[in-house]
Write a protein that binds this ligand. Structure first.
Ligand code: ATP
Length: 290
């Protein structure tokens, strides 16, 4: 389990992290979301020892994250980190060896991941000759080639085509199914919603909401969607809250009193639909950070 406890980090006058705590259980995919500058990269850099926190702790299975733990971690940094003039097959094998694999095991792992990510035929190419999306695939391979037991990925989906997104998503799900805690940041909230068991929303260096997307939905403000046959346009005028007539005979109502809305709807005509709209993660995010 990865535990991040009460991280604080200032850059001069700027407080990047005010109080960040989060937990990623074994086998859990944790989606880390927040506006630009909210503190995601800083948190991940501190977890990987690239930055030192002013205070707080990062623990893996109860032990402070140190060199031994980081050797077993797969990290995709936001700024990426490939050698442009090195062949990708050799580069992958090199990174595997840096993490303690034998030369033979490293070559085998490199070949396996190149094939998995659709890059076998590019093994002899220099990184600089690949498209940005393919460089990103190599970067993912680098973070996986030593069979890490923890994954920390900073915006792994940015710049990927839909096929590569699917491959990346499958790989993350497989790793988590194998018991690996996975934390990834992304601005693609549809993907975060689809892939994450748990989500943390960070704003101005504080975790402002966390839990499964379903938990966050339940905590959020849910709007009612009501369809009525034969209702006068003014039927909802006396209801508290916001009422929007979104289609012929269909209203979305943000009232806070579902029973009052139901009674008024039944008095207005024949109710053919009455239920809560499920907010998307985008809705939850907007509501939480605004
Ligand atoms: N090395 C640094 N020196 C000064 N300020 C920094 C440094 N690194 C980050 N910051 C500041 O800390 C805050 C958090 O930045 P961070 O990169 O962690 O945000 P983020 O959530 O990853 O943003 P994005 O989604 O844009 O990548 C920002 O205000 C940023 O300007």
């Amino acid at each position: 389990m990865l535990e991040i406890r009460n991280l604080r980090k200032r850059f001069g006058e700027k407080t990047a992290l005010d109080d960040v705590s989060l937990t990623v259980e074994p086998g859990q995919v944790f989606g880390f979301v927040g506006a630009n500058g909210a503190g995601k990269t800083t948190t991940m850099r501190i977890a990987m020892g690239v930055l030192i926190a002013d205070s707080g702790d990062v623990l893996w299975d109860g032990e402070p994250m140190g060199h031994a733990q980081r050797l077993r971690t797969g990290y995709m940094p936001e700024e990426r980190g490939l050698y442009p003039k090195m062949k990708i097959g050799e580069q992958l094998a090199y990174f595997a060896e840096l993490h303690g694999e034998t030369p033979g095991g490293s070559k085998k792992a490199a070949a396996t991941w190149l094939e998995r990510l659709g890059l076998s035929d590019r093994s002899g190419d220099f990184v600089q000759d690949l498209s940005l999306g393919n460089q990103q695939r190599v970067q993912l391979a680098v973070s996986l080639v030593h069979d890490p037991k923890l994954l920390i990925l900073d915006e792994p989906f940015s710049g990927l085509d839909p096929i590569a997104v699917d491959t990346m998503a499958t790989v993350l799900s497989e790793r988590s199914a194998a018991g690996v805690p996975v934390i990834f940041s992304s601005h693609q909230l549809d993907l975060v919603e689809r892939l994450s068991d748990s989500v943390g929303i960070i704003a101005a260096g504080n975790i402002v909401a966390s839990g499964s997307v379903d938990d966050l939905r339940r905590r959020g403000n849910r709007k009612l969607r009501v369809s009525i046959d034969g209702a006068a346009p003014t039927w909802a005028d006396a209801l508290p809250g916001e009422v929007a007539n979104v289609d012929e005979g269909e209203w979305v109502i943000d009232s806070g009193d579902d029973q009052k809305v139901l009674a008024a709807a039944m008095a207005a005509g024949r109710v053919t639909r009455f239920g809560f709209d499920e907010p998307s993660l985008v809705d939850i995010f907007r509501e939480t950070v605004s």
